[in-house]
Write a protein that binds this ligand. Structure first.
Ligand SMILES: [Zn+2]
Length: 133
């Protein structure tokens, strides 16, 4: 797959595909907010779209509405560092996610939250589904 294929995913893919993709993002974290661990209700652009952030898996993380709204158009890592629920393991996970290393990101999130359950089988499946899309 050409790397640029993912860049315009949101523009090019039918709505159904987009919904599947959003679902798979939530599944990566067991439907929990990557910042605070509460149930994820939205997809947050780590680098805001207003600053050229793309709708790619690397730039989109599951977030609760509270974090997503509070962060607004700020850089996620700067914003996150000021939060009461800041956890360096989560910060590392966000960084790994941005680098496209979802496997490491998920492992760090599991470390931050022992109750967090994601089967690696799901992860493998999602990854290939995303690639196929
Ligand atoms: Zn949150």
């Amino acid at each position: 797959m050409h790397t640029n294929d993912a860049v315009f995913l949101e523009d090019l893919c039918p709505k159904f595909r987009l919904r599947q993709w959003r679902k798979s993002i939530h599944r990566f974290t067991g439907k929990s907010c990557i910042y605070c661990g509460k149930p994820s209700e939205s997809i947050d652009h780590v680098l805001p779209r207003s600053q050229g952030g793309l709708s790619t898996t690397e730039n989109c993380v599951p977030a609760c509405l509270s974090c997503n709204g509070d962060k607004s158009d700020e850089n996620a890592l700067y914003w996150y560092r000021r939060q009461k629920f800041y956890d360096p393991r989560r910060a590392m996970a966000i960084r790994a996610w941005l680098e496209g290393d979802l496997r490491l990101a998920i492992r760090l999130l599991q470390w931050a939250n022992p109750n967090f359950k994601v089967s690696s089988n799901n992860y493998e499946k999602d990854k290939s589904e995303y690639k196929a899309a």
